[in-house]
Design a protein around this ligand. Sequence first.
Ligand code: ZN
Length: 352
Amino acid sequence: MAAVAVGKVRVMWNPDTYRDTDYGLEDGEHFEPDLEEMEAVTTDQPHIMTLLGPIAPEELGICLPHVHLMHELPEEYGFDAQLTDQDAAEAEVEAFVSMNGRSLVECSTADTGRMIAPLLEIAGWVPAHLIGVAGRSADIFASRMPNSLDRGALAEEFLADLSVGMDGTTARAGVLKVGTSADGITEAEGTTVDAVADVHRQTGVPVTSHTESTRVALEMLARMEKWGVAPSRVIVGHVDLDERPLEEHLEIARTDAYLQFDQIGKSDVYTDQQRAERVVELIEAGYRDQILLSLDYGQRSLMTGYDGSPGLSYLSEWFMVLLMEAGLDGMTIRNLVIDNPARALTIHPTNR
Ligand SMILES: [Zn+2]
């Protein structure tokens, strides 16, 4: 495969050339987890839960807190939306690691065809931390599932994902997810929000979200807070889904929630220069510690591993340059891509 050029982005990584090297590993050798290293962190201390077990928050490194590597969606979403190729997903992770990436939160949930078993294998072979999520996506997916209006049953399912393992594996989820629609919180979405709040109170596991409008995002935060979830433990996802006035982003920021710019690289919606400039404006307004950056690519055509572009290395390869051009220094970028995700993803055990 030649380097893929789409728009102005030239992707340097060629998975066909490099992925077979496996970083010099022999059969039976793994980068993670190192058992001695694993003993260093236990789940009764602040930690981040990866598919391979808990890590110290300082181990997270450059992190994309909202990605998709593998999922199987209903057929009507078409072939491009089916991220079902384990080799392609592994190649994508390797491309990310080659650009100094270290950690990825795979945000596919059970209702969007989460595929934990192959990801667990990849996690053992590529020097990256993979993190899975429990919960549901927006109503179009969530309402198709059994128990979608049963708060207790959902809470039980999410708790099992966090404490036993997901999809019949031993891989425990590290984040809880809720989804909301553009016009309001539907009944199924509201049931998930309530169940996730119940589980958060018991476990201290942070919450990530699919949101499509500022107004509904604020409603979701208020509803969670009513059930005892501090907005500072919630990531508001997709705040750059469309071009929004600064005031809308400030409204979310004032709640103490994280604002996640995760449509980076999808420049047809909103240019990355505009995203970078908005990030700078929010930092100037005092909200540096609440900004998260990610690449929410749910299609083969957006991932180099699946022969698309720009792929998950785009953040380090290009968007960080745009941030520098917009006026940020290296240490501030470090805050955005390392320190903020580490704080957002840390599980603070509740000692119950
Ligand atoms: Zn997503």
